[in-house]
Design a protein around this ligand. Structure first.
Ligand code: NAP
Length: 248
């Protein structure tokens, strides 16, 4: 049986890397990263030892030409794609909106919303049955922030993720007739380096007490659900966002 070919943006660290490990059992992978080549190279070796073929592409998804190069690399290596996980994202900064620099607000929205829309656009051009493709699956990584709003921390990030949820709703309706399912996954607070990178390494421990299930999440709470969405058990799921946030 042919292995599906799935592109995972930001697929070399954190939640994206965990998704890549789960998908490796059944899929070949194209993983993008922005700058951490060491993490990317180490993960590729691990995935290849699991039997997956893996193409790494250094590509900043906020740069149009890099998005083109990412998908062109996938086609050059595998000849087609069957899926996209729109995962690359960052909070970058933590604090009230009035104290967040304007360029940070723009960068957060550019990465967490605009880049994901443009990656979805490119994937659709390659997968839509109307455009000559064979169909596929798009999973958009949202956040519990989309409905909580993240006051005092990053309301602009929350607004971008709410945009992602609208993307999931609209694209699922647009693309159902073209053989593409579109599903969102909205994690709660998950232990990755995203928090330290925004200057708040202790955030998962701080919010854990507010989570009904009593803890912050781990990447292993998210990745199996994303991988399942690519399989036959999820064949009738589209246009919805699954919240994985411990009840928060
Ligand atoms: P992470 O551990 O910081 O990993 C981020 C990944 O995205 C890395 O592979 C990074 O590449 C890549 N990346 C960052 N900026 C990029 C850019 N401009 N172009 C291309 N790739 C870029 O983050 P994470 O916690 O796993 O987050 C993954 C997704 O889950 C994000 O969409 C995030 O918003 C969402 N999420 C996370 C949490 C949480 O609590 N962790 C909660 C809800 C939602 P480099 O390795 O090269 O830096």
């Amino acid at each position: 049986m042919n292995r599906a070919v799935v592109v995972v943006t930001g697929g070399t660290r954190g939640i994206g890397a965990a998704i890549a490990r789960e998908l490796a059992a059944t899929c070949d992978l194209v993983l993008s990263y922005r700058s951490n080549a060491d993490a990317a190279t180490a993960l590729r070796a691990e995935l290849e030892s699991l039997g997956a073929s893996c193409e790494l592409v250094q590509a900043d998804v906020t740069v149009d030409g890099d998005i083109e190069r990412l998908f062109d690399s996938a086609i050059a290596r595998f000849g087609r794609i069957d899926g996209l996980v729109n995962n690359a994202g960052a909070t970058m900064h933590i604090g009230p909106l009035a104290e967040t620099p304007a360029d940070v607000v723009r960068a957060v929205i550019e990465l967490n919303l605009t880049a994901a829309v443009l990656c979805a656009r490119r994937a659709v051009q390659l997968m839509s049955t109307r455009l000559g493709g064979t169909g596929g699956v798009i999973v958009n990584i949202s956040s519990g922030a989309a409905t909580l709003g993240s006051p005092g921390e990053y309301v602009h990030y929350a607004a971008a993720k709410a945009g992602i949820d609208a993307l999931t709703t609209g694209l699922a309706k647009e693309l159902g007739p073209e053989g593409i399912r579109v599903v969102g996954v909205a994690p709660g607070t998950i232990r990755t380096e995203i928090h330290a990178d925004a200057g708040d390494a202790g955030r998962p421990d701080r919010v854990a007490a507010r989570v009904p299930l009593g803890r912050a999440g781990e990447v292993g709470d998210i990745a199996p659900i994303v991988a399942w969405l690519f399989g036959p058990g999820a064949a009738f799921i589209s246009g919805t966002t699954i919240r994985v946030a411990g009840g928060a």
